[in-house]
Design a binder for this molecule. Structure first.
Ligand SMILES: NC(=O)c1ccc[n+]([C@@H]2O[C@H](COP(=O)([O-])OP(=O)(O)OC[C@H]3O[C@@H](n4cnc5c(N)ncnc54)[C@H](O)[C@@H]3O)[C@@H](O)[C@H]2O)c1
Length: 336
């Protein structure tokens, strides 16, 4: 597997990585992993109020205690903030975004500002610094509702069904323009419903565990027959480092790569498994399906396997158990 064999090569070539969105769920988990592997990490985040700032400050605690981590608080949709970064950077993992499908329907402008204008600023800033290697956090949402499963990167994704999905597709296109015009090496990673410790509080697994632990009913949208390709965050992070490795070792790179688990499960099965793991009797409230929600996500991950040896190893049961254990530790934390 090229990924494992050459994992330390990136450390030699790329000592310093800018992680945007470093205080979020995936960004903080990735930053910790990079620091633990010997990288310097420059992180930027604006503590977007989508969920509480103290949660994000808590995510950052371990990074902030590491002398190889430098944090900038700021909004990437303001180009001036990026100009204040003085450190050497060898590659960018651009994760910062307004996430969440449903809220994007009610606030599309804020998504366009943070996600598209923000990405434009990152690309411009990189270009000025002659910095050309970037991994971009795209999403399975771009596949919409009319793609054959399993989703292949070669599928047509011209039919987004939410502003959020539209911004991710728009950024993939923007990235291609910079690859073409300025020889950027870019991998657009399409993440598939990432879960695990620190998962965003608006996401289903977090909400379900929260409701069950408070003895409240779980609200399920639709009949429970929608399905998601849940991917454990540590597997996603290994995939991101694999992609970093790939752009480090190769030239003329422009790729779109699914980073899923390739084992979708239905909402009903997910909820039943969580109840079972938490030792509680199901208590479910059924609501109508929400606009913007896709029916199914299911990643074909053969390209990620081929390019950088991606091999997600965590079963949904193990990942859920880890999340539930983490959730319980958080109940004693001050910010809850
Ligand atoms: N979690 C998932 O299941 C999932 C699935 C597909 C794609 N993604 C993408 O992965 C990325 C990370 O997702 P996450 O779940 O960790 O979300 P998150 O909200 O926990 O993290 C995003 C971080 O970006 C920051 N941010 C937002 N706008 C910013 C701005 N204008 N300037 C600076 N920082 C800003 C936020 O404060 C936050 O800390 C996002 O781009 C998201 O669209 C996530």
């Amino acid at each position: 597997m090229p990924c494992k064999a050459s994992r330390y090569l990136i450390y030699k070539k790329m000592k310093s990585v800018l992680v945007t969105g470093c205080a979020g769920f995936i960004g903080s988990t990735l930053s910790e992993k990079l620091l633990a592997t010997g990288f310097s990490v420059i992180g930027i985040d604006n503590f977007d109020p989508f969920y509480p700032r103290p949660v994000k400050e808590n995510n950052l605690k371990t990074c902030l205690s590491n002398p190889s981590f430098k944090f900038y608080e700021g909004d990437i949709s303001n180009a001036l903030v990026l100009n204040s970064i003085k450190e050497t950077v060898h590659a960018v993992v651009h994760i910062a975004a307004k996430a969440g499908v449903r809220p994007s329907i009610y606030n599309p402008h804020t998504y366009i500002q943070a996600n598209i204008v923000g990405t434009q600023n990152i690309l411009d800033w990189m270009n000025k610094r002659e910095l050309k290697k970037i991994i971009f956090a795209s999403s399975s949402s771009v596949y919409g509702n009319d793609t054959l499963v399993p989703f292949s990167e070669s599928a047509n994704v011209d039919h987004p069904i939410s502003p959020y999905a539209f911004t991710k597709k728009a950024c993939e296109l923007l990235n291609h323009t910079y690859h073409y015009l300025y020889n950027f090496d870019i991998i657009n990673l399409r993440f598939f419903t990432v879960y695990g410790e620190r998962q965003r509080p608006d996401l289903a697994i977090h909400k379900f565990v929260d409701a069950i632990s408070k003895k409240q009913p779980v609200t399920m949208y639709g009949a429970g027959d929608t399905s998601r390709d849940y991917t454990y965050v540590q597997d996603t992070v290994v995939g991101i480092t694999g992609a970093l490795n790939y752009v480090s070792e190769n030239k003329n790179v422009f790729e779109i790569v699914n980073l899923g688990n390739s084992k979708p499960i239905s909402l009903k099965e997910l909820v039943e498994t969580i109840y079972e793991l938490m030792g509680e009797e199901p208590n479910i409230l059924y609501e109508i399906k929400q606009p913007g929600d896709v029916d199914v996500t299911f990643a074909d991950i053969s390209k990620a396997r081929r390019l950088f040896g991606y091999n997600p190893e965590t079963s949904i049961r193990d990942g859920l158990q880890n999340f539930i254990a983490w959730y319980k530790t958080q109940q004693t934390e001050e910010y809850r």
